[in-house]
Design a protein around this ligand. Structure first.
Ligand code: ATP
Length: 354
């Protein structure tokens, strides 16, 4: 059973504490993405899991056993790094075989393992090449092969796609996920790219400054972001934030903002006069002549399947995803509506979801 459990994990470098009280559990076979901006501590958490960094506080459990003091080699984990870390003077075969040779596995078994790994990753045709004779995506697959060949119980990925161009990144995303669907090895994957997290994860752990901000499925973090921070981080086009005050509208609660009055879902946590911030995703606002929100059109940016309409509202920019056939003249006043169920409400002070 390759569960991974973090129990009140803390990390300090010298006198500086960069992480405290991290607790969560990764189930056997799960694909978990650690997501957050640069410096939030996700790489450090991954390196502690691998045993490349010591654990300052708490218990790190792999397969139900405490591994704080277990050597990386004995943790049954395999890690794929951002820079691939391939040996340039070794052919693909030897790159993949290396860790098994170091472990003194019999040559016949090594051959079998390497051939199976190469077949799984579509690398059979390249076993005789040097890394410099491969494309970026092929090199990335060799790096994965080096990890996979060891039959580890947990795979750790540290931003493995960040050196690839956008198209190849999208392709490798699906390859890695398909591979996981086949092998079902428990996987922890670090990235700052929310699209990677949304498309690959069973569960996303959103981190902020050494703490966990939210843990949930991709749908959970997108549909019910726990804080303004998560709402801002998740989503392809960035969310509109409108500060406002809770009022009682026509029976339903509403929020008065400088851009207009927005009806929100009933909640006992909302009190008239309360200061809040609304989060409105550009994909959820619709152009509607009777809508309550008003902003001035500035520019339409076509995206192929649809378009983004950039507007200037009283609180700054306001963005909506619109039909690509629609035309808006610069400076025109556009009205928008949004269904109450799509409005995210955050406390203005704590920035926590209400
Ligand atoms: P990135 O995506 O840029 O790698 P990250 O979220 O993975 O960022 P970490 O690399 O885990 O973040 O770093 C978390 C914090 O710990 C940062 O403030 C960093 O400066 C600090 N840190 C990391 N390694 C060390 C170290 N060896 N000594 C001192 N501070 C460190």
């Amino acid at each position: 059973m390759a569960t991974v459990e973090y129990q009140r994990i803390g990390k300090s470098f010298g006198a500086v504490t960069i992480m405290r009280d991290i607790s969560f559990r990764i189930e056997d076979h799960e694909f978990v993405v650690l997501l957050g901006p640069s410096g939030c501590g996700k790489t450090t958490l991954l390196r502690m899991t691998a045993g490349l960094e010591s654990v300052s506080e708490g218990d790190l459990m792999i397969g139900g056993k405490r591994v704080n003091d277990v050597h990386p080699r004995d943790r049954s984990i395999a890690m794929v790094f951002q820079n691939y870390a391939l040996y340039p003077t070794m052919k693909v075969y030897d790159n993949i075989a290396f860790s098994l040779e170091v472990a003194k596995i019999p040559a016949a078994d090594i051959k079998k393992r390497v051939e199976w790994t190469a077949a799984t990753l579509n690398l059979t045709a390249y076993l005789d090449r040097y890394p410099k004779e491969l494309s970026g995506g092929q090199r990335q697959r060799v790096a994965m092969g080096r990890a996979m060949v060891r039959e580890a119980e947990v795979f750790l990925f540290d931003e493995p796609l960040s050196n690839l161009d956008a198209k190849l990144r999208a392709h490798m995303r699906t390859e890695i996920r398909q591979l996981h669907n086949r092998l079902k090895t428990t996987t922890i994957y670090v990235t700052h790219d929310q699209i990677e997290a949304m498309t690959m994860a069973d569960k996303i752990v959103v981190m902020r400054a050494g703490k966990i901000e939210q843990i949930g499925s991709p749908d959970d973090v997108y549909d019910r972001p726990a804080s303004k921070y998560v709402a801002d981080f998740i989503g392809s086009s960035s969310i509109n934030f409108l500060p406002g005050t809770v009022v009682v509208g026509n029976g339903a609660p509403a929020v008065d903002t400088a851009t207009g009055r927005v009806t929100v879902e009933e909640s006992s946590a909302l009190k008239p006069g309360q200061k809040v911030v609304l989060g409105l995703r550009p994909t959820d606002v619709v152009v509607d002549a009777d809508g309550p929100l008003v902003a001035k059109a500035i520019l339409t940016e076509r995206l192929g399947h649809d378009a983004q309409l950039f507007c200037e509202g009283p609180e700054g920019s306001f963005v909506a995803v619109v039909d690509k056939a629609a035309r808006f003249s610069e400076g025109a006043e556009i009205r928008f509506a949004i269904p109450p169920s799509k409005v995210h409400v955050f406390d203005a002070e704590t920035e926590i979801r209400i």
